[in-house]
Design a protein around this ligand. Structure first.
Ligand code: HPA
Length: 271
């Protein structure tokens, strides 16, 4: 893996005139608009980047974008990779390794998730303060490269506490409803049954989604501080569960997105 990372980083450095990002950003389903705030310097298509997995979802555009956001140099993944697409955990998290090797000191992640907490409504935001990995596989399984991180990485604070506090202050100042809570990752691609939503709530989840946790585990392995936020696009409340509609989820993400973009871009400015 070390060799693959090296090869990819060399290609990217050459194509971006050695642009050195400070912050890495992974944008979730229907949440690519933050890119509109970036003063883009370079944009690379995933299929052109050596060793990069290619996003298979047509609503993910699959670009690695380099530029400036509120005065900070960023690299943003527009289009993330999901376990359900058939990639290995190592493939999904490869871009995080690459962004770290390019020099980032923070990782920001967004996703669309289903609410499990009856107080968290569709269209609200939730800053992730902890997670439960129900994908039941770690991206760190297998050989550990000690140069990247320890065999048994600590996970007592996977999401940076100061960034959480600052994000909640920004949200309050902007009058944006923003909760904090526990994200449960599942493999998908099928949605949950009523019994599963009930179970996920009982075990301590506030939101459920099909991403984020692998990237967060790898970031923690490399001691990279993480900030993650969910846009709650549907309500997994067993008593009133409606049939799932992708159009509805994307529409909710589209409407809620400006709130999230405001918080992320102001938070980045504080770093
Ligand atoms: N379950 C799993 N993943 C999701 C959901 C959900 O309800 N909503 C958005 N992503």
């Amino acid at each position: 893996m070390f060799q693959a990372i090296h090869e990819t980083v060399e290609y990217i450095k050459k194509k971006t005139d050695h642009f050195k990002p400070e912050i890495g950003i992974i944008l979730g389903t229907g949440l690519g608009d933050l890119v509109g705030e970036i003063e883009v310097a370079y944009s690379l298509m995933y299929p052109n980047i050596p060793n990069f997995p290619i996003s298979t979802l047509e609503f993910h555009s699959g670009k690695l974008i380099f530029g400036t956001l509120n005065g900070k140099k960023v690299v943003a993944m527009q289009g993330r990779l999901h376990y359900y697409e058939g990639y290995s955990m190592q493939q999904i998290t490869f871009p995080v390794r690459v962004m770290k090797a390019l020099g980032i000191s923070y990782l920001f992640v967004s996703n669309a998730a289903g609410s499990l907490n009856p107080d968290f409504k569709k269209g609200d935001l939730m800053v992730i303060n902890d997670h439960i990995n129900l994908q039941l596989e770690s991206p760190l399984r297998g050989h550990n490269d000690a140069d990247m991180g320890p065999r048994f990485p600590d996970m007592s604070e996977p999401y940076n506490r100061k960034l959480i506090a600052d994000a909640l202050s920004i949200a309050a100042a902007e009058g944006i409803t923003c909760h904090q809570g526990v994200y449960v990752s599942v493999t998908g691609p099928n949605l949950e049954t009523k019994a599963e939503y009930k179970y996920l709530r009982i075990i301590g989840g506030d939101a459920v989604g099909m991403s984020t946790v692998p990237e967060v585990i790898v970031a923690n392995h490399m001691k990279l501080p993480v900030f993650a936020v969910s846009v709650l696009t549907d309500e997994g409340f067993p008593e009133i569960l409606h049939p799932f509609s992708l159009e509805d989820i994307l529409e909710t993400a589209r409407v809620a997105e400006p709130k999230m973009t405001k918080i992320l871009s102001q938070l980045i400015a504080t770093l």
